[in-house]
Design a protein around this ligand. Structure first.
Ligand code: YZS
Length: 258
């Protein structure tokens, strides 16, 4: 059964997440989003809209938690499906607009923050939750979020793991536009139409220039290895196991710092 709905309307492609329950980003869902993006690239579409079904309570609950490893492996390696999806969106040749209704969690926040523009309903929220689940988020993922949110806001989001309102996300530059739910589709379509009227060759190079410049944060091999070793301490810890198991067992985690 397909877990995304793909539509093409003129030069605008729409990818609608349609996985049962809460659109958790399973490898199956991610494969289908990537396949839809590939098809839209081959068709030279000018804008892609990434959305959930109209009226959802949860836009996406983030990484499929049952697919996070509990056998001592790094949960967010370079080849994890979520990492692959984020890179595919960033490298997609035309703008990708995230159109958000409902709540967005964990890795799905990084996904929408890696889109080029975000239009959100006024009651939507983002919650970045690795500290609630015990997951040592990876460096490029943190950088992707730092690129769009002010440092005080990204710190609050990471350190509290609490949902942040659309209003605050708008103020801190994460969201481009916040509109009432009933205007979300129309507003996003208007924005997409403005993009369709521009030069595709220029947009493609502008997007790539911005991606390359925003990612220009060199670190030394020693610093990278130090961070990897600190991350490993986390995914090898009892707290990591506790975070995942507490979610599965539907209880609050008890973290002990070991
Ligand atoms: O009980 P059933 O079988 O119906 O399943 C429940 C949940 O277990 C399931 N579900 C998920 N399954 C896999 N992966 C998920 N991320 C996930 N989230 C939820 O969906 C069914 C409905 O969930 P309920 O909790 O009963 O529904 P509700 O009370 O409406 O609450 C919905 C939310 C989304 C608020 C709640 O399920 C929730 O807090 N989910 C976890 C959100 C989260 O923290 N996601 C982050 C996942 N981790 C990542 O993306 C990163 C790797 S990290 O950890 O670094 O942030």
């Amino acid at each position: 059964m397909a877990v995304v709905i793909t539509e093409v309307n003129g030069s605008i492609g729409t990818i609608t997440l349609d996985r049962p329950k809460v659109n958790a980003l399973s490898s199956e869902l991610i494969e289908e989003i990537i396949a839809a993006l590939t098809m839209m690239k081959e068709q030279n579409l000018r804008v892609v809209i990434l959305r959930a079904k109209k009226g959802v309570k949860v836009f996406s609950a983030g990484h499929e938690i049952s697919e996070l490893p509990t056998n001592g492996r790094d949960p967010l390696t370079y080849n994890d499906p979520l990492r692959h999806l984020v890179r595919t969106v960033q490298l997609h040749p035309c703008p990708v607009i995230a159109m958000i209704e409902g709540t967005v969690w964990g890795g799905a926040c990084e996904l929408v923050m890696s889109c080029d523009l975000i239009v959100a309903a006024d009651d939507s929220t983002l919650a970045i939750t690795p500290a609630k689940l015990g997951v040592p988020y990876n460096l490029s993922g943190i950088l992707n979020m730092m690129k769009v949110a002010d440092m005080p806001v990204i710190k609050e989001m990471l350190f509290t793991a609490r949902p942040i309102s659309a209003r605050r996300l708008m103020e801190s530059g994460v969201f481009n536009h916040v509109v009432p739910r009933e205007h979300l589709e129309g507003f996003t379509h208007e924005l997409a139409m403005q993009i369709v009227e521009t030069s595709p060759l220029v947009l493609r190079i502008l997007k790539e220039e911005l991606r390359v410049l925003a990612s220009a944060h060199p670190i030394t091999p020693e610093a990278y290895e130090r961070i990897q070793s600190l991350r490993r301490e986390v995914y090898d810890s009892e707290d990591y196991q506790e975070g995942i198991h507490a979610f599965i067992e539907k209880r609050r985690p008890e973290f002990h710092g070991r």
